[in-house]
Design a protein around this ligand. Structure first.
Ligand SMILES: NC(=O)c1ccc[n+]([C@@H]2O[C@H](COP(=O)([O-])OP(=O)(O)OC[C@H]3O[C@@H](n4cnc5c(N)ncnc54)[C@H](OP(=O)(O)O)[C@@H]3O)[C@@H](O)[C@H]2O)c1
Length: 305
């Protein structure tokens, strides 16, 4: 089968489309024939070696964490799925394997594709749906009375967070660059702020930071005493809000099949679907990853084997 593999930390342009043996599922695994796989900024970061000290990859590494497709076969102990089932998954980054014609996924990370989702939407949902759900509902525990600021509100995770929070009736504000302002508003933000301008806001309960950067420190100014700053991009400077009781923390998304199932079903029921920027063939993987890393994509970039 064909697979996009990383052979060293030389960047996405050195990822090659290789002929490899199809993986064999272990007793608790599901072998999925991949119909669609989605690209995340993480794929470029891994290819460029940003995390090689934190979690070194076993090279050659089949790139990709987010996929959807059809069950080809299951391991001896798997009873929840059978060949032909339409499934989706977010694989751990240390394992990878999604950018290929077939992928082995531990059965506890596999969930059925809801009828409301096509394969592209299902693949695109993986990381952004799981990260936004974990950050908002498990870490920040937002509810209908939460005043929430989402930075990067036009992006993959940020856009999903805006939609999820708006869907439960929370008051949602968002930052975006000029070209994303209208989009963030359409997703459900009550007010949007240009990333380059003044953040004219106060008394926010929670900031969900998906943009990071040097501007992160100014986010403390808009948070109420004892509020929360949860960033998925960089660990916040905890000292900045300590005297005001602000809980500032980094959120690392961990693949979790139970959460994924709940988030997927909720979004399907509420018509919350990821936006797709474009669909490209598997062999265009390096180009697709570069497009995501460049920030040019407006929605998820999806690969089709
Ligand atoms: N910790 C974790 O477990 C975890 C999980 C998922 C993602 N992440 C990280 O979180 C980040 C976002 O991921 P993503 O998938 O949502 O990426 P994305 O789809 O590329 O979205 C990022 C968004 O942020 C916007 N942006 C950039 N700088 C900004 C600023 N200063 N103010 C406001 N908006 C800004 C971008 O707008 P423009 O395109 O207009 O610049 C874009 O809309 C990435 O760094 C990713 O690696 C971490």
């Amino acid at each position: 089968m064909k697979a996009l593999r990383l052979h060293g930390y030389h960047g996405e342009q050195h990822i090659s489309l290789d002929d490899v043996a199809a993986p064999t599922p272990g007793p608790d695994d599901v072998l999925v024939r991949v119909a669609a796989a989605a690209v995340n900024p993480l794929d470029a970061k891994l290819a460029r070696g940003y995390f090689r000290d934190v979690f070194p990859l076993k090279l050659p590494y089949v790139v990709g964490t987010d996929l959807a497709g059809t069950v080809e076969s299951v391991g001896a102990r798997v009873t929840a799925f059978r060949p032909g089932d339409r499934v989706m998954a977010r694989i751990e980054a240390t394992m990878g394997g999604a950018f290929a014609e077939c992928a082995v996924v531990p059965s506890w990370l596999v969930v059925p594709v809801p009828t409301q989702f096509g394969f592209e939407e299902a693949a695109a949902f993986g990381t952004i749906g799981g990260t936004a759900w974990q950050g908002l509902f498990e870490v920040a525990q937002i509810n209908a009375s939460t005043r929430l600021l989402v930075t990067g509100g036009a992006g993959g995770v940020g856009g999903m967070a805006v939609r999820l929070a708006a869907s439960i009736g929370a008051r949602v504000f968002a930052t975006a660059h000029a070209r994303g302002l209208e989009f963030a508003k359409r997703l459900g933000a009550e007010r949007v702020f240009d990333a380059e301008g003044k953040l004219d806001l106060d008394d926010v309960d929670v900031v969900f930071d998906t943009a990071g950067g040097e501007g992160q420190h100014r986010l403390f100014d808009v948070i109420r005493d004892a509020g929360m700053l949860a960033s998925i991009v960089q660990p916040p400077d905890g000292d900045m809000g300590r005297t005001r009781g602000i809980d500032a923390r980094f959120v690392f998304h961990e693949s979790n099949g139970s959460r994924f199932a709940v988030a997927t079903n909720y979004c399907a029921a509420h018509q919350i679907k990821p936006s797709i920027d474009c669909v490209m063939p598997l062999e265009a993987g390096p180009e697709a990853i570069a497009r995501v890393a460049s920030g040019k994509a407006r929605g998820k970039v999806v690969l089709q084997p």
